[in-house]
Design a protein around this ligand. Sequence first.
Ligand code: AP5
Ligand code: MG
Length: 217
Amino acid sequence: MLNIILLGPPGAGKGTQAARLQAARGMIQLSTGDMLREARASGSPIGEKVKAIMDAGELVSDAIVTALIGERLDACADCGAIFDGFPRTIPQAEALDLLLAERGRKLDHVIELAVDEDELVKRITGRFTCAKCGTGYHDSFRPTKVAGVCDVCGSTEFVRRKDDNEETVRTRMEEYRAKTAPSLPFYERKGLFSRVDGMGSVEEVAAQIDAILGPAA
Ligand code: AP5
Ligand code: MG
C-alpha cells in the first residue's frame, strides 16, 4: 500500500485530490486541517487551544499535529495513507519519518500541487462543503448539480470555513512560503518529490497524480 504526501498552498486542491484517491484506490485521507476542525467542533481542549491560531491563518504547533497523525496512523495499520496538509514544517517532516519507521512503513511519493496565487484566492473564497457528508464544492468551479442540494447525500445544509476569507488566505499563503516550502528540499534529496501543475481542471490534475503513482493495485 502506498503512503503519499499531498502538499501545496491553501486552496491548491489537496483535499479534492485526496478525496478522489480515497474513493479510487481505497487509500485513507489523513488531513490535519480536518482533524483540527473536528477537534474544534467537539469543543475538546485541543480544539479550544487551536481556534484562534487557525482563524488567524497561522500554523498550529508541531507537537499537536504530530500527535494527531500518530493516533490516526495507529488506527489504520494496513491502509495506504494520503497525508493531506501534513507535514508543513521541517520538524513535522522529521517527525513523520520517525512515526512511519516505528510502524515499519515508508513514504513512496511527495507531490506538490502548484497553483498561482490569484487562482488560489478565487478557489478559496468560492469554496463550500456539505454539512452532512463533507463533500467539497465551489460556487463557480464545482457547483452542486441541483442548486442547494448535495449531489452525494441530498442534504440542503452547507458550511463555509471561517478561515476562507481573503485576508486570512494571504496569511496562510505566507505561512506556506515561509515554513512549508523550505521542507520540500528535504524530500527532493530523498528522491521522493514531484511537482504537478495544479492549474488545470480537477481531472487534469488527477491524471498527473495517477501518472506518478502508477496503476491502482
Ligand atoms: P487545511 O485545512 O490543511 O487548509 P489549507 O492548507 O489552507 O488548504 P485548504 O484545505 O484550504 O485547500 P486544499 O488544498 O485542500 O483545496 P481544496 O481541495 O479544498 O489547514 C487549515 C489550518 O489548519 C491551517 O491554516 C493551520 O492553522 C492548521 N493546520 C492544518 N494542518 C497543519 C499542520 N500540519 N501544521 C500546523 N497547522 C496545521 O480546493 C479548494 C477549492 O477549489 C474547492 O472549492 C474545490 O472545489 C476547488 N478546486 C479544487 N481543485 C480545483 C481545480 N483543479 N480547478 C478548479 N477548482 C478546484
Ligand atoms: Mg483541504
